[in-house]
Write a protein that binds this ligand. Structure first.
Ligand code: FAD
Length: 393
């Protein structure tokens, strides 16, 4: 009988192929070498050093558009991508966000809805990290309700003219290309906007206490003139951005558990070495109960992520299934980080340990890509048939 492994108590590795384990372990070891040592410093300073070099490192590793195929992209499975998201977020949610936005939002939008010319132009350099992308949906006054967005695209001869402001846009100030969603006479459409187009400005958002190792920006579009072929041809309406979000949320279902794993392992180790009242704090029943609950939720979450990943690779997922995963796994991951924080006592608030960084980061993850409340409402609607979002559309 195999021995109990406290880092893999359910023997989940047995559910992975040798190739999947090899991909996970490679990503883990490259990140440990090249990113992990710097990340707490970036968080402390609120600035990622050389973000464009970082994204090229991720390109070399094959992490950008990892589960997309064609155009020189790796075409790996959704489970491979999920396993990579865990490793990225075990380093920092900001690092995982950089990869998610590039691959699952900006690249996915072009890959899924773009013209052949748009794909040829952008997907190969975005896959290597030579070109950086961002995804502009949220506005200062419209977050959970993007259908009310004010950004407008109007036709002027053969061109499009875009005006509006997008807010909280990951990678915005380092991007070469922005996928911007705007109202048109036909409904919401996506536009591929090179960021050097006159009238386009990106301003970095300061004073964040979460995702500090990630670039977040405001995008201002003032009379941005684009050729007719800048619009994504293959989608009109909110289903365009929402299907990109479903794609990116899938990565979060896995990724959030990376932050949780890092916090859990830190707390477990700490509980075995920290002594109070002459014995390790891991010997106290209250600490053991906390560790047991963290262990349960972390590994239940991983089982859920793996189940969703296998279904995505076989029959596909419904948006409600992705909401199920995002709601559960981000909420539980945050709870695990908060509990780990208590086990570390005063050390829990120090950046010498990763726990408070993960905890603060997950406050953003709980809110972005659909707040925890919106995902509860998605499930609530699916369960009851009643739309509780507010205004009926
Ligand atoms: P609001 O929509 O104003 O919500 C405020 C509160 O009201 C929440 O608790 C919400 O759940 C609740 N609420 C709203 N409506 C209802 C309702 N009908 N019923 C019950 N409760 C409700 N956006 C992008 O487009 N691209 C990005 O790259 C991006 N990156 C981000 C990075 C960071 C670090 C952060 C913090 C955000 C990012 N976002 C991005 C924006 C993010 O997606 C939005 O913040 C999110 O959708 C929530 O919108 P909001 O902040 O405007 O909150």
């Amino acid at each position: 009988r195999p021995a109990f492994d406290r880092l893999d108590p359910l023997s989940l590795d047995d559910l992975l192929s040798a190739e999947e384990i090899a991909i996970r372990d490679t990503v883990r070891s490259v990140l440990a070498d090249r990113v992990q040592p710097q990340v707490a410093g970036w968080f402390e300073r609120g600035e990622v050093e050389k973000p464009r070099e970082l994204i090229r490192t991720f390109g070399e590793l094959g992490l950008l558009g990892m589960h997309l195929d064609g155009y020189g992209l790796p075409g790996l499975s959704s489970v491979d991508y999920g396993l990579a998201c865990v490793e990225l977020e075990a380093v920092d949610s900001g690092v995982r966000s950089m990869v998610s936005v590039q691959g699952s939002l900006a690249m996915f939008a072009i890959w899924r809805f773009g013209s052949e010319e748009q794909k040829q132009q952008w997907l190969p350099p975005m896959g290597t990290g030579e070109a950086v992308g961002c995804f502009g949906l949220t506005e200062p006054d419209h977050g959970s309700d993007p259908g009310s967005m004010r950004t407008r695209a109007r036709k002027d001869g053969g061109d499009w003219i875009l005006d509006g402001t997008k807010m909280w846009i990951t990678n915005g100030s380092i991007a070469d290309v922005a996928v911007v969603w705007a109202q048109t006479e036909e409904g919401i459409r996506g536009f591929v906007v090179p960021t050097d187009t006159p009238g386009f400005t990106a301003n970095t958002i300061k004073h964040k206490m979460s995702l500090r190792a990630s670039v977040t920006s405001e995008l201002v579009l003032e009379g941005v003139r684009l050729p007719a072929d800048a619009a994504l041809p293959d989608v009109t309406g909110l289903k365009g951005p929402l299907s990109c979000l479903t794609e990116a949320r899938y990565g979060i279902v896995w990724g959030a558990l990376g932050a949780a794993r890092s916090s859990y392992e830190t707390a477990l180790e700490y509980s075995r070495t920290r002594q109070q009242f002459g014995r390790p704090i891991g010997g106290f029943q209250l600490t053991q109960a906390k560790l047991a609950d963290m262990c349960l939720e972390l590994h239940k979450g991983l089982l859920l992520a793996l189940h969703l990943g296998r279904r995505k690779d076989s029959v596909g997922l419904t948006p409600e299934q992705v909401s199920f995963g995002k709601l559960n796994n981000v909420r539980e991951a945050l709870d695990i980080c908060r509990t780990a924080r208590t086990i570390l006592g005063a050390n829990g608030i120090s950046l010498e340990y990763p726990v408070i960084r993960h905890m603060n980061n997950l406050e953003s993850v709980l809110t972005y890509e659909g707040t925890v409340e919106m995902h509860a409402l998605v499930l609530g609607q699916a369960l009851t048939g009643e739309n509780a979002f507010g205004a009926q559309r």
